[in-house]
Ligand binder design. Sequence first.
Ligand code: SF4
Length: 319
Amino acid sequence: MEKRYYTFSRFLKEHFGGPVRKIPLDAGFGCPNRDGTVGSGGCIFCLNPAFSPFSGRGLTVAEQVRRFKGHRRGPGRYIAYFQAYTNTYAPIAALRRVYEEALADPEVVGLAVATRPDCVPDPVLDLLQSYTDRWMVWVEYGLQSCHDATLQRINRGHDFATFAAAVARTRGRSIYIGAHVILGLPGETAADMLATAAALNATGVDGVKLHHLQVFEGTPLAAAFLRGEVKTLSLDEYVSLSCDFIEALSPQTVILRLVGDVTDDALLLAPRWGVSKAAVIDRIDRELERRGTRQGSRAGWALESAVLKTVRQHLEGRG
Ligand code: SF4
């Protein structure tokens, strides 16, 4: 079935002529939203071992790259994806050392760095930009929602304006910009989630990584869920909302991921849909087919929101 949205695999094929795999890495960074610098306790949903396979295993970056590639036969191409915690939260020399440890592998053709939008001073962006003549470079900003009330509720420790400012400072540097978004956050309506798609269109990010809200064991979100204060989406709800989101998203934006994942099912409290990730994606594909819509069908959605004024202020350098 033809994909009705701009997949990351299509983007990679356009750039590299064939498949490229992402290697998820844990370089041992911390997070300013956990160590008291910005906040403590972290985002209420965060449990890094649940989505980062090498998390806490004490392997060097080079060892993680080797292990990931180890079971594959023949040559490959890879993007080194610094995934766990805040991957720009260290002195420049330390960042350079770990990034270049991964880039030293001749099969690594790209670098992707997940971080917070309040953690990218210009010297960090300069360093990332310095790699762009030889490697594809992505910086992925955790946003989750464009609504400040939601960001406060989930204890992100930054607001939407901080994200818009980071994107504005990253643009024009040959660095691809991604944003992470969660559908189903506490207190959000479907219209709120679509406003986030519209806000991303206005910032002009290159890619969006979409997740459903997952409740992991031991997190503050789990405690709220067990008290009955938070609900998670059903599979049907997620399929419908993600299709709405895709329709609202600019057709030029690459969809880096379409559904959340978990490294170990035992860590997941809810939702337990009992289907594979591939099956969820197949449901989304079939729903778009049924609707006869595709990415961008409704990309003009909610263009007059206050959030978009913030975006424009930052893009015009008035933020
Ligand atoms: S989600 Fe990211 S920013 Fe939030 S606490 Fe976890 S590592 Fe820190």
